[in-house]
Every structure is written in C-alpha cells, then in structure tokens.
Design a protein around this ligand. Sequence first.
Ligand code: AGP
Length: 609
Amino acid sequence: MCGIIGYIGRDDALDVVVEGLRHLEYRGYDSAGVAFPTDGGIEVRRCKGKIKDLEAIVYADKPETNVAIGHTRWATHGVPSEYNAHPHSSNDIVLVHNGIIENYLDLKRELIDYGYSFTSETDTEVLCHLIDRHSREEVKFEEAVIRALRAVKGAYAIVALSVREPQKMIGVRKDSPLVLGIGEGEFFLASDVPAFHTRTRRVVFLEDDDIVVLSPDGYRIMDLGGNEVERKTELIPPMAAGADKGGYRHYMLKEIHEQPRALSDTLRGRIFPERGEVNMSEFSLDEDVLRGIGRIFIGACGTSWHAALAGKYMIEQIAGAPVEVDLASEFRYRGPLIGEGDLFIAITQSGETADTLAAQREAKRRGAMTLSICNALGATSAREADAVFYTHSGPEIGVASTKAFTAQLFSLYLFALMVARVRGKLGAQDAAAMIAELMRVPEKIERIISNEDAVVAVAKELFKARDFLYLGRGILHPIALEGALKLKEISYIHAEGYPAGEMKHGPIALIDEDVPVVFLVQAGLLKEKVLSNISEVKARGGKAVVVAGEGLLGEVGQADYTIGIPETNPYLEAVLMAVPLQLLAYHIGVLRGCDVDQPRNLAKSVTVE
Ligand code: AGP
C-alpha cells in the first residue's frame, strides 16, 4: 500500500519528508514524489523508481521550505509511471492519497464535463479537482475539503496543501490509516509512525472522518461536520529495530496479519451486498460474454495453483461451470484442447511468472479469451490479458505468498458468484447471503490471529520434526497442499499435502511418532471419513493436528492438537483454514532460525522457465 508523510514546522521540510519516505519503503512502492509551496505556487517533484531516484531530483536544487508532503506509491489504478506518481495537483491544490476511491470513474466524468482535464490514470486525481472546485466557493481550505469528500465513496488517507493558504496542511482519513505526530514546534501527518518516529513519539491516532488542520503554531481536529473533536495524545515506545516492517519482526508475519485489511480492499467497490450482485465493471467481461463462455481453464504455479484448485470447487459448485486446472508449466506442452469461446484464467500474484505468462499466451494463441487475476498493477499478465481483476492486496514482500493467496480465493469466489448470477444458477437472496458471509471473513480472520498463541504452542511442540503430512478432502485438499508448501518453503522441513482419502493408498506407510499429520476437517459428507483417517494415524502412533471449525472440535478428541476457526460456509472455510497454516509455518520457521522472508534458493517472482 502507499506511504504518506507531511511536515509543517520550523525545520527543513524536504529533508524531513524524504527521510520519512525512506522509513516507509517497507510498504513496497514503485514511484515516489514530494510537493511544497513556492512563491505564489506549489512545486511537485516525482518519479517512477526508488527514493534514491527521487532524492536526485529533489536535491539537484533543493529549495528551503518549512512545509512539504511526500508519497510512495504502490499502484492500484494507473500503471507505475511519473505521471501517475503522487503528489497530484489541480490549480491551487496538491495532495497525496492512500486508499481506493470506489466511485472515481463517475466523479471523473462529472469533473471532465465541468471542464477539468486529467493528466493521470489514477483515482486520486479526482480528489484534487473536487477540492479545487469547492475552494472556488470562497471557503476556507478545510471547508473545501469537507465539501469535496461528501461526494467521495471509498477509502482514503489524504494530506493536502493549498497555494491560497501555504502555511496550512490538512489531513483526513476514512478506512485508511493516518497518524498525527506532535513535535517541538513541528507537526507530522503519516500513514504509519515509522515515518517520523526519529523526531517525535507523541502521536494521535486519527479516527475515520477526522479532519486535522495544521499550521506551524498548532493543530485542531474536527469531524466532517466541522465540529471540533478531542483525540488522545499517546506516547509510543521507542521503535525497535526493523520499525520499517511496521513493527513486525518479519514481512511475512506483517502480511499474514494484514489479511483482514487486504481482503477488505479486495472487496472494496466490487460488491452490491443488498442486491446480491458483484460489480462486473472491473472484470470488463460483460454478461453476454460470461453467459456464453464454453469451458473455463485456470493456469498458475505454486501457491497460485493451489488457489486455482480451490477455485475449481467454487466455480463448478456455485456456478455449475466446468473448470480444468493446469500447472502453468505443463499446460502448453500437453496440447490443450482450448479455443474460441473458452476462457483461460491466469492466477498470478506478481503477474510476471514465466510459466504462467507462457500458458496465458498459449491459450490466447489458441483463440481463448484470457482473464488475469493479478496483484501487481500493470504487470505483464495483466497487460496482455483481455480482462483483469486486481486482488488489491498491497505489495507482498515476503517470498512466501500469504495475503495474496487469500485474496486470490476471494477473487475466485466473487467470480463464481458473478457467473452463477449471470447464468441464473443463484438467486439474488442466496447470493446476498453468500456475499454477506464473504464480508464477515476479515473479522473472522482477526479472531484467528487473536488466537495466534494456540498456533505458537503447536509450533513449539513440532518444530523439530523432519517430515509432515497435510491431509484434506474436497476444497480443503488444495489448502492442505498450500499448508505443506508454506512449511517446506520457509522451514525446509519436508512436507507433503495429500488428499486424505489417498492416505491409505501409500502415505500411511510414513506414519510414526516422528511424522506429525495436519488434518483439515470440515462438516459434511466427508467429515466422518477424515475422522477415520485420524484414528488410523493415532493407531499407528502418529501425532494428529486438527484444524476445524470451532463447532467440530468436540468431535476430534483423539487429536493431539486442535486449532479452531470461526464457522463459515464450506468455500470460505478454505480461506479461513489457510491462516492458521500460514502462522504454523511461520512460527516453525522462526523456531528453526530460518530466514522466513528470504528463504534459501527462492525468488519472489520466478521470471524464468
Ligand atoms: C508461494 O509461497 C511461492 N512463493 C510460489 O509458489 C509462488 O506462488 C509461485 O511462484 C507463483 O507466483 P505468482 O503468483 O507470482 O505467479
């Protein structure tokens, strides 16, 4: 996600802002920029690339200023480029933004009709023109901001400056973090405390719909009705080393914990809960196309392939559409019978995986339509596909994919609902119930994370094992594969994911007291069969770890360890089950002293075949 820093005070604002952006690099970004008032105007300096590239253009001829704003951008709308980098401006207004403006296309059309011209592809730019438009109503800067935001839907943390009031800086937030730092005669606004923690530890954590007006002499906080509000000033502890991971020890843990927010961002602007509908504009696949699709093929690698396997269950069982899933590295060599009228879905976090790109191109060459479910805006897979659905998880720095995986599952669930509705397989009421359950998943993941200690306890018991088995059935089989992959790639323990029904056809020979078996159990037809598998393992002296809905834990008394997850529908249970498995792999990796963010031999994106 993007990083924001604003400074107003008595010191050299550009030094402070550029340093602050360095402390926000951990958030991942593809471009950066600063803006500051000049005599009678505002100057913007920005570039695609890294902070060092920005420093080159800021320090080439650095002006003195006591006010400045800065931004690191992780692209969500508009490819990484100089013209899409923040800050963005409109006449007297300049600002930086972190979030997603859901109705930006409607606002953009209105503003163009009103006479504004756009210079970027971003959703952010509509905010500049809206505020500029209201600032012409001869109102204070903060009132213009308040009036502009009344038309905006979505998530935003904004820091803005105005030529008309150059010694004023305004911040406002809704569903995107913004913190106020209070120094000695200086003030900061930032996405996160690391941006200014070297200069002050006095912090106000702003709340949704707070607007803060800053000058070198002080600040006041109001609600969007213009009423002053009181917010507590906190003294935060000195930031530990690694503050640039947002306070987490590893990126992987930060990204596991970020999943509630990341999944909320995946959903943002894409569902109409009351109507039980998915907003298809993003898929750019119209109803007739969706209705007319012949067969659906999904190609992916690694964790994304596990998402594809789970997606097959969702699309076939919810939408009644047949799905073939291929390892992307095999697809093009098997002479796939794909062609005109078929749909190929490429699932790829990076959008640059060579095998997945090759499969996508082969499908296109054979005449199929292509859809990319991708996390990196403007990546090759997204640019070459006929349609794109961005997962909006924010940058995933840890090599082991976590939040991108659950966001891929969310995307496939949405796709299944959309196809089901278009094909008349699902009524509005049933779809509304399934969307309502989807919207409750972030909070359910928060509950799983709040019970992390239960997973740590299991990790402490088992981290010395040399082999693990992960067993699941139905849609939980791909999750078993994913749990095994997470463990092996960051702890170097040999782990195999297997369909639980296959254990007796071979793997059971592996069972002894040194081979923990992780069972994923869900209610329904297959439950009793998996419970029998647990008995078979126990009868051979094996150790059984059971992950199941809380309501089932009473039925697995024979398990050595149990990890409960909140109840949900069978499809979303696959999403929830992934989280304790991610945490188990992480904590075992840490206990074994592994470099969990950069595991040996692995790359975040495998751009070679
Ligand atoms: C996942 O933890 C691994 N890092 C790896 O399997 C990854 O999922 C695979 O390389 C595919 O990457 P992509 O999603 O970027 O295409």
